[in-house]
Design a protein around this ligand. Structure first.
Ligand code: FAD
Length: 470
């Protein structure tokens, strides 16, 4: 694609822009390097210009100008996505929404905020002003924006009680701006939310979010040690089913991951010990201890409410050892680690985990996250993989699927391959309406780029724009 950047900049006069190539390149990247496959494919990707609107009016003007110039626009929150979601595969403008970070309204059970608001900051403000907090957050809470989470994430800490981000009721309203000659502003709620949620910003720019809040707690971090990895999974499963105990996190992780990768300063485990990481509401601790007392072969290794100051200072919040942070902590020690995203469907989660991990052993160390999924308790897997070759990685994923555990492939940059491997007709139809020229985050929605694509081929989709950009 060719466009006149100087003319584009002139037309954007009054909106903050940055064209220093190093800075633009930096803001064109996210955590794509998590995947050895994406690292190879996307390492050269960079936008041409960074545009940082401060208001919705500036978003509207920026989109109108980019549309007139035929320039692709890729939105960005904090850039913590790990599938290259926020990377501009065809160059063009990176629309940095970090400056739109105001919390606009806090009410009983609800929050209205701008998309760039960082989730930890939101929680600090809602807790101080109303004794409430977000129902769920990704383990990147410290950095991630609420708009980026809704457009690019799926759930995380809190999903054991509230389910996934896309479950009805976990987002209340989204305000979006379309990419047209005359951009429109729409408020979407109810069923319409699915038009743009987890669409990687391919069919609208979110300029305001309304999400529910829950009572906030000073959550107690607990680490339980188990002699056997499957004991840790069973412990997690049993605790997850205790409906009266309020919890925000249940994370079983197999030995030797906790010892080798998660306890660098404070060695809370033996090397042969598996763990369950937990966040328990303070008022539920007595009930939790009663539950724990009924279990065998497990011991409490750490409790933040009784830990010494020095122990507490040597451990991050326990959620920063969970979800995708488990992989990040492992990668800091061993660059050859990568990971998978697996669903172990209810009601066979325990049996599936045992069979699959029994098959792969230490090549695919077990890490699971218990969640409420369509009303049932089950778990996702974010197992580590001791990476050897891309072919072997593909083979490991194919074996998982053949054994009955669907993979949400984290080594792909498209919505479909990272998701259900099929066209999302609702998102596609909305893209035709809201981005008729296909300028928003090109290359991420296969259904738009190649409507006849055969998902059953198990091949990797290659966006032509990416080849041309090289
Ligand atoms: P970005 O990475 O900036 O953007 C994400 C996507 O949203 C991109 O496609 C971008 O184009 C689009 N986007 C951003 N802002 C807008 C907007 N205003 N309008 C439209 N589209 C927009 N994810 C989880 O779901 N759960 C986890 O627990 C979790 N843990 C993680 C741990 C680590 C260590 C890492 C690296 C990633 C993790 N992730 C997790 C992935 C990622 O952190 C989350 O998805 C996060 O919420 C993304 O927020 P962000 O602001 O960084 O978004």
């Amino acid at each position: 694609m060719t466009y006149d950047i100087a003319a584009l900049k002139a037309d954007l006069d009054g909106i903050a822009v940055e064209d220093n190539p190093q800075l633009v390149r930096l803001k064109s990247r996210d955590f794509f390097w998590y995947s050895p496959v994406l690292k190879r494919q996307l390492n050269k990707v960079a936008g041409d210009l960074l545009v940082a609107p401060k208001t919705e009016d500036e978003v509207i003007r920026a989109l109108k100008v980019c549309h007139a110039h035929g320039v692709p626009v890729t939105p960005r929150g904090s850039g913590t996505g790990n599938y290259g979601q926020a990377m501009p595969l065809s160059g063009g403008v990176v629309l940095d929404l970090a400056a739109m970070s105001a919390v606009r309204e806090i009410g009983p059970g609800r929050l209205v905020a701008e998309p760039g608001a960082v989730m930890q900051k939101i929680d600090e403000q809602t807790t101080a002003q109303s004794g409430q907090e977000l129902r769920m957050f990704p383990s990147t809470r410290r950095a991630a924006s609420i708009g980026g989470f809704i457009a690019g994430g799926s759930g995380g800490v809190g999903s054991i009680t509230w389910g996934g981000l896309r479950d009805l009721g976990n987002v209340l309203r989204l305000r979006i701006v379309t990419m047209e000659a005359e951009p429109r502003v729409m408020d979407l709620a109810g069923e319409d939310l699915h038009k743009v949620m987890h669409a990687y910003g391919t069919n609208g720019i979110i300029t305001e979010v309304e999400v529910p809040l829950a009572p906030s707690y000073d959550w107690v971090d607990v680490i339980v040690g188990c002699d056997d990895a499957m004991d840790a999974v069973r412990y997690g499963n049993d605790l997850a089913r205790q409906d009266g105990i309020l919890k925000k996190l249940i994370t079983p992780i197999a030995a030797p991951i906790p010892h080798d990768f998660l306890s660098r300063n404070f060695k809370f485990t033996r090397r042969d010990q598996s763990v369950v990481l937990l966040m328990i509401a303070p008022h539920a601790m007595d009930a939790f201890l009663a539950f724990h007392g009924r279990t065998r072969g497990s011991e409490i290794l750490y409790r933040s409410d009784t830990a010494t100051e020095s122990q507490r200072s040597e451990l991050p919040p326990v959620y920063e050892l969970s979800w995708n942070h488990t992989t990040l902590n492992a990668l800091r020690v061993d660059k050859a680690i990568t990971y998978l995203q697996v669903l172990y469907p209810f009601p066979n989660q325990l049996e599936l985990i045992e069979r699959i991990h029994g098959r792969f052993g230490d090549e695919v160390p077990m890490h699971t996250e218990f969640v409420r999924f369509d009303g049932d308790i089950t778990c996702f897997g974010l197992p580590l993989v001791r990476f050897s070759t891309e072919e072997r990685l593909e083979e490991i994923m194919a074996i998982h699927e053949d054994m009955g555990a669907p993979i949400f492939n984290p080594h792909r940059y498209t919505l479909e391959e990272g998701g259900m491997k099929q066209t999302d007709a609702v998102q596609l139809a909305f893209k035709k309406e809201a981005d008729p020229d296909g300028l928003l985050n090109p290359g991420k929605m296969i259904a738009w780029e190649d409507p006849d694509y055969d998902y059953s081929s198990r091949k990797t989709y290659l966006f032509r724009g990416l080849e041309l950009a090289e």
